[in-house]
Design a protein around this ligand. Structure first.
Ligand SMILES: [Fe+2]
Length: 377
C-alpha cells in the first residue's frame, strides 16, 4: 500500500498510548482542497520514491475522493501531522491501478482500498497511526477496509484490527505485499445474527429487538462523542444483555466471549467490549458510573430504552411475564424509571432522555387520573 505499508511510515511502536487524549492534540477531519500540496509533500517525506504516490496522483485522488481522505491536524501548529486515504469500489481485491487511477472511485463502493497511511516523522511512535485507522474505520463502519503492507508490518496491522488475507496481487514499487482487511460490516452483521438467535422467543422486553434499539441509540450518541471507539460501542451495545444473569446462566461473559472469539476480535478490543458490557447494569454496579466512555454510551443507550413509550411497553411486558400486577409495574416507574433522566452520562444521552422522560410523566398523569376515576365521565 502507499503509506506505512511501504515501510517508511510510522514505527511499530505506534500502538503506544498518546500521553494526552488524541482529541486534545489533533483535529481529525476531511482534507481541505488547499491542503493538496501539503499532503503530496508529506507523501514524499514518508516514503521512498518507488513506494510514494506521485504528486499528480495525489492531486487527482483528493479531487475525486476528498470524503475518503482524512487528516490529523496538529491543533497547535495548524498543520497536517498525518493522514489516511483511499478510494471506494465494489471490487473486493486490491490492484495497483487504485494508486494511479482515481476515476475508479465509486463513492458508494462497499470496499475502501486504503492507499496511504502517512505520519510525519516528528509524530511517529505516539499512536497516531492507530488513531487515524480507528477514526477512519469509525467514519466508514458500513464499509470493508482493505490494504496492502509489507510482511514485517502484518503484526502491527493485526493489532489495529486487520486480518491477513495472504499475499496480494499488488507488485507496487517492485515489492511483495500482504493483503489485509477489516470487515466491520461483516462483523456487525454476524453479531446481530448471533443476538437474533440468542434471544429467539424472548418476549419480556429483553429480546433481540431491545438489543437492536440499544445498538441504534448507542450509535446516535457515539456520533456526538468522537473520542469513543464506535466498534467497541457497537459490539458492546449488541452484546450488553448476552450474559444477563436474569436471562442466562453463563459465567464470565461466556456468550459474548464465544461470539467475539469467533469473529476474530483481538484480546485488547475484547476486554474493552466486555468492560463496557459489564458496566451497563445499574443493579450489578450498585449505581457506579462506567469508567470508560464506551461503557457510558452503552449504559445511556440501554437506559433510553427503559423510558419513553418503549419503556412503558417494556415495563408491562416484563411485569406480565413475571406475574406482576399492573400496579406493581407502575411502582417500577417511581423506583427506577423516573430517576434515569438525571443519571445519563453523556450530553447527547441527556438530550435524548428529555422527551422520553416527559412521556413517562404524561403517562403517569393519565394513569393516575383514570385510576382515580377523573377522566371519561
Ligand atoms: Fe438491556
Amino acid at each position: 500500500m502507499s503509506g506505512n505499508g511501504r515501510g517508511a511510515g510510522f514505527q511499530p511502536a505506534a500502538g503506544e498510548a498518546l500521553p494526552q487524549e488524541p482529541e486534545d492534540l489533533f483535529l481529525f477531519r476531511r482534507i481541505r482542497e488547499e491542503e493538496t500540496e501539503q499532503a503530496a509533500e508529506i507523501e514524499t517525506i514518508c516514503f521512498p520514491p518507488n513506494e510514494a504516490c506521485k504528486r499528480e496522483h495525489m492531486i487527482s485522488r483528493i479531487a475525486a475522493a476528498r470524503d475518503f481522505f482524512w487528516v490529523a491536524e496538529d491543533r497547535h501548529k495548524g498543520k497536517i501531522a498525518g493522514f489516511i486515504n483511499g478510494i471506494a469500489t465494489n471490487e473486493a481485491a486490491f490492484r495497483d491501478e487504485f494508486f494511479t487511477d482515481a476515476s475508479i472511485h465509486d463513492p458508494a463502493g462497499k470496499n475502501i482500498m486504503i492507499l496511504g497511511l502517512d505520519v510525519l516523522p516528528a509524530y511517529r511512535g505516539k499512536g497516531l497511526a492507530r488513531e487515524l485507522v480507528r477514526r477512519y474505520r469509525d467514519r466508514f463502519l458500513d464499509r470493508r477496509l482493505v490494504l496492502t503492507c509489507l510482511e514485517r508490518l502484518v503484526p502491527m496491522y493485526e493489532k489495529f484490527g486487520f486480518r491477513n488475507l495472504g499475499l496480494s496481487a499488488s507488485l507496487w514499487g517492485g515489492e511483495h505485499w500482504h493483503e489485509m482487511d477489516m470487515n466491520t460490516p461483516g462483523i456487525l452483521k454476524a453479531a446481530e445474527e448471533y443476538i437474533r438467535q440468542l434471544f429467539a422467543g424472548n418476549a419480556d422486553g429483553h429480546g433481540w429487538d431491545h438489543s437492536m434499539r440499544v445498538y441504534r441509540n448507542a450509535m446516535v450518541i457515539a456520533e456526538s462523542e468522537p473520542a469513543a471507539d464506535r466498534m467497541i460501542v457497537a459490539l458492546a451495545a449488541l452484546l450488553h444483555d448476552a450474559d444477563d444473569y436474569k436471562l442466562f446462566e453463563t459465567e464470565n461473559n461466556a456468550n459474548a466471549r464465544s461470539l467475539l472469539a469467533g469473529l476474530g476480535i483481538d484480546p485488547v478490543a475484547r476486554d474493552r467490549i466486555l468492560a463496557a458490557v459489564n458496566a451497563v447494569s445499574f443493579s450489578k454496579n450498585r449505581g457506579a458510573r462506567p469508567d470508560t466512555l464506551e461503557g457510558m454510551i452503552v449504559q445511556d443507550a440501554d437506559r433510553l430504552d427503559a423510558i419513553g413509550a418503549i419503556g412503558v411497553a417494556r415495563t408491562f411486558a416484563f411485569g406480565g411475564g413475571h406475574g406482576r400486577s399492573l400496579e406493581d409495574s407502575v411502582d417500577h416507574f417511581y423506583e427506577k424509571l423516573l430517576l434515569l433522566k438525571d443519571l445519563m452520562n453523556t450530553r447527547k444521552g441527556k438530550e435524548m432522555a428529555e422527551s422520553r422522560h416527559a412521556f413517562l410523566e404524561t403517562f403517569l398523569c393519565e394513569w393516575n387520573a383514570e385510576m382515580n376515576g377523573l377522566t371519561g365521565k
